[in-house]
Design a binder for this molecule. Structure first.
Ligand SMILES: Cc1cc2nc3c(=O)[nH]c(=O)nc-3n(C[C@H](O)[C@H](O)[C@H](O)COP(=O)(O)O)c2cc1C
Length: 209
């Protein structure tokens, strides 16, 4: 498997073959790859909603400019920011680090305070922006990992986030939907798969020092 070959094959799939489902084994691998995403401080201040229910997806499609990917993909991954990222989020994370690495909680006090200082320098809006960026990094892991696994995807910002949040009752979970990744397999008649990739040239994109 050559990663460049796989990345050239991937494209933002507009038409999914609704009869093709991702196997449980591949879905588990994809979710595990996303779980392994990097995030600032390692906080992972988001949840990823895995939506397969057809009735919910019909409702979501109405709130996504009627884009067919919402109902026809094998599943939707909705990356939702933790809207209540606060000092408790950091305390929970520090406890997780201590438990995972068998460290005394007290030894991580300075680390926790450093993260809290960084968080407290931001206002509420800045925190939400920062948290959203972390969710987009997870999206990136999902995009590339899907390509490696031969799973087709469409990353989607074209939806009404407030309406998604209402349909999924996210407010009570303290979550705000930010970005969707439709995952499945392309329909053979999706013309977009045959278009040449439009990308800046390396000379235009990279500046070498
Ligand atoms: C954050 C983000 C949001 C996007 N939103 C949509 C969308 O709502 N609907 C859609 O059909 N494509 C969407 N796209 C796909 C882009 O249009 C596509 O990735 C871009 O044109 C490059 O083409 P390629 O991915 O097929 O190589 C989105 C892509 C990204 C990264």
């Amino acid at each position: 498997m050559d990663i460049i070959t796989q990345l050239n094959k991937r494209y933002a799939t507009k038409a999914f073959d609704s009869s093709k489902k991702i196997s449980n084994a591949d879905m588990e691998k994809l979710l595990e790859a996303i779980r392994l995403s990097a995030s600032s401080f390692g906080l992972q201040p988001y949840k990823i909603l895995v939506v397969e229910d057809p009735e919910i997806r019909v409702e979501l499609r109405k709130a996504a400019w009627n884009q067919p990917q919402i109902t026809d993909a094998s599943a939707l991954l909705i990356f939702a920011a933790n809207a209540e990222t606060n000092e408790k989020t950091i305390d929970d994370y520090v406890s997780l680090v201590a438990a995972t690495r068998s460290l005394p909680l007290e030894s991580l006090g300075g680390y926790g305070d450093m993260m809290k200082g960084s968080l407290n320098r931001m206002n509420h809006e800045q925190v939400e922006t920062w948290v959203s960026k972390q969710a987009y990094i997870a999206l990136g892991f999902g995009l590339v990992s899907s390509a490696v696994l031969g799973i087709d995807t469409c990353p989607m910002e074209g939806f009404n986030a407030a309406e998604f949040d209402t349909i999924l009752d996210l407010e009570k979970l303290g979550l705000k939907s930010k970005i969707v990744l439709a995952v499945g397999y392309r329909a053979s008649d999706d013309k977009y798969q045959y278009l040449p990739k439009v990308r800046k040239s390396p000379e235009d994109l990279f500046i070498k020092f």
